[in-house]
Design a protein around this ligand. Sequence first.
Ligand code: FNR
Length: 188
Amino acid sequence: MSYKVGYFIGSLSSTSINRTLSKALIRLAPDELEFTEIPIGGLPLYSPDADDDYPAEARELKTSIEATDAVLFISPEYNRSIPGALKNAIDWASRPYGENSFDHLPAAMIGASIGAIGTAVAQQALRSVLAFCNTRLMTAPEAYIHFTKDVFHEDGTITKPETEEFLRDYMAEFREHIVRVLTVLPRR
Ligand code: FNR
């Protein structure tokens, strides 16, 4: 059985280390997971004024999320929280009221930083947001990635076997989480 995973890159940087991390994760994930990026860079800023007439970019965002079996957030930490672009995308997807695209959706998060705590604080903020959005969050294992260029290569290869094994295990756990949630709550 295969599962569609939509993934968000929280960074808009053309040299994003979190995008590099995403390549490694896709490479190491179980074969049953099929990945599609859900882009966030073209969205306007959310306003409730748009609730009656969502712009095309936001409608596409919601359609993409609703077409997936699970979502994966791969995000940097900005000022001890998540980047504004990512929060903006989540706000669009969660609205209009009563049409929350994240409702009951299996979700997981991971992030890379050049700093030693590896996005731990941002992930706490994201947990709070995604809990309110009623996602079925994978709470363990957690994954806080301290990114160095000697370990992560741009094509998604990893030079450190322990890191590779950790990320492979993380993605295997995510697959298990998706299966568990969908057994109880099949997608409509
Ligand atoms: C950062 N960075 C950062 N790092 C961190 O560990 N904790 C933090 O709170 C912040 N805050 C922060 C704010 C802003 C506005 C920027 C631009 C950067 C550094 C950040 O981890 C580093 O730039 C990463 O390379 C960002 O990930 P991407 O964009 O390369 O994926």
